[in-house]
Design a binder for this molecule. Structure first.
Ligand SMILES: Cc1cc2nc3c(=O)[nH]c(=O)nc-3n(C[C@H](O)[C@H](O)[C@H](O)COP(=O)(O)OP(=O)(O)OC[C@H]3O[C@@H](n4cnc5c(N)ncnc54)[C@H](O)[C@@H]3O)c2cc1C
Length: 385
């Protein structure tokens, strides 16, 4: 096969993979593009996973296009249930099942795995976590028969699921090590406002607590905290963060940090291999597992794939936390930034500015009605890179 006729291969049909395909097709309508997915390759908007339960949407109800339809829309070939098992960047080949595929250029859009904490107890295998439609389908089936759900982790995903589940009439208890929800992203006053908003809806909080064990108690799971408190619950949802999916790249000898390390062109340390999305480290330990950065990265990669040189720049991209109980928008300051939070307003309408030593805005959290100022803040915030 000549280089010209070898396809661009994109591993992953999530937001990252599909965004690259979409942007690439705007610049090149001819070069064959093959997308591989270890799942069914259907298109869906992942952020909807944590707000689907209360609206009665099942996993299939979230699909926007099945793999065949998505392939047609993007002008590419999609192979569902095709797990890329081995990458040889020197020979530019990829092994999928018994087949060896050749590529001209490759995009790694392999996403992330849910982190798992090795808890003690015989019910650990019952832990649920949700990072894709299949996970959601399993979780939903369990939650349908549940009266009480326990969520471990009060980060973005834990809080969003808590809001969704309690809105659907479930009893929900949330456990976190920190003193208030979104403890790494919000100042205390804002975290406590979010906590109060969700508590008003019915969420029971166990903060500054860790899980000692999860043990089987008939159909239920017995949760024991480090301080000895114990209760029975029907479902335990683990929402303790994500781990970039780097195995394929690591085994191929590609540089890995917190994720697959890329340069400003989104190129990895291997020639003609790009990475973006939840699997990629965009610079100095920076992994941004959100939709907005993916859209910027996809444009840069598409240009690279057609031989243009573009460099990634990222504006501030505040994230909307899907907790209607206390609407919250956050743009956390860079890790290690020197400065302090200044909070004004009255809960739940709080304006939180993280200001540097010259009073310059480095991050923000906008709660309740203050969220209406989002665009003004977005303009004032410094670019991420
Ligand atoms: C519940 C939830 C709510 C969220 N809410 C928000 C929100 O409100 N706002 C926001 O900005 N972000 C949100 N996010 C984050 C956002 O959805 C993700 O950052 C984004 O969808 C990641 O897309 P991705 O394509 O990188 O990864 P994924 O969607 O995980 O896609 C990875 C793809 O790679 C494939 N794959 C992996 N390994 C292989 C292999 N070896 N061979 C073949 N295929 C492979 C998988 O099958 C899959 O198709 C949320 C995430 C979750 C889980």
């Amino acid at each position: 096969m000549s280089t010209a006729s070898k396809p661009v291969i994109i591993i992953g049909t999530g937001q990252a993979g599909t965004s690259v395909a979409r942007e690439f097709r705007k610049l090149d309508s001819d070069t064959p593009v093959l997308m591989l997915s270890s799942d069914d390759g259907a298109g869906y908007y992942k952020p909807n996973l944590s707000k689907a339960y209360a609206t009665g949407k099942d996993a299939d109800g979230l699909i926007t296009a099945d793999a065949a339809k998505l392939a047609e829309q993007l002008g590419v070939e999609i192979r569902p249930h095709a797990m890329a098992a081995f990458l040889n960047p020197q020979e530019k080949t990829l092994r999928v099942g018994a087949e060896t595929l050749e590529y001209s250029q490759l995009v790694l859009a392999t996403g992330a795995y849910c982190k798992r904490i090795p808890f003690e107890g015989d019910a650990v295998q019952r832990l649920q976590s949700v990072n894709n439609r299949l996970d959601y389908s399993r979780f939903r089936a369990a939650a349908d028969n549940a009266r009480h759900v326990t969520t471990i982790g009060a980060g973005l995903i834990g809080c969003e699921f808590a809001n969704d589940l309690v809105s659907a009439g479930k009893q929900v208890t949330v456990i976190d090590l920190l003193s208030w929800p979104l403890g790494r992203l919000l100042p205390q006053q804002a975290g406590e406002a979010l906590q109060a908003g969700l508590a008003e809806l019915g969420v029971r909080w166990r903060l500054q607590q860790s899980v000692q064990s999860l043990t089987t108690h008939g159909e239920q799971t017995s949760v024991t905290l480090a301080d000895g408190e114990q209760w029975d619950t029907d479902v335990v949802l683990s929402a303790v963060g994500l781990q970039p999916a780097t195995d394929l790249a690591r085994a191929a000898g590609i540089d890995i940090g917190n994720g697959i390390v890329v340069n400003a062109q989104l190129l990895t340390s291997a020639a003609d291999v790009y990475a973006l999305g939840d699997c990629a480290e965009l610079g100095a330990g920076l992994v941004l597992p959100y939709i907005a950065p993916i859209l910027h990265c996809a444009k840069v990669i598409a240009k690279g794939l057609v031989g243009e040189v573009a460099s990634l720049s990222l504006p501030a991209m505040p994230v909307v936390v899907k907790t209607p109980a206390c609407p919250t928008i956050i743009s956390p300051p860079p890790v290690g930034a020197i400065g302090e939070w200044r909070v004004s307003g009255e809960a739940p309408d709080l304006e939180c500015r993280f200001e540097g030593t010259n009073n310059e805005l480095l991050g923000c959290a906008l709660l309740g009605e203050v969220g209406k100022q989002r665009m003004a803040y977005q303009r004032e915030l410094p670019p991420v890179m």
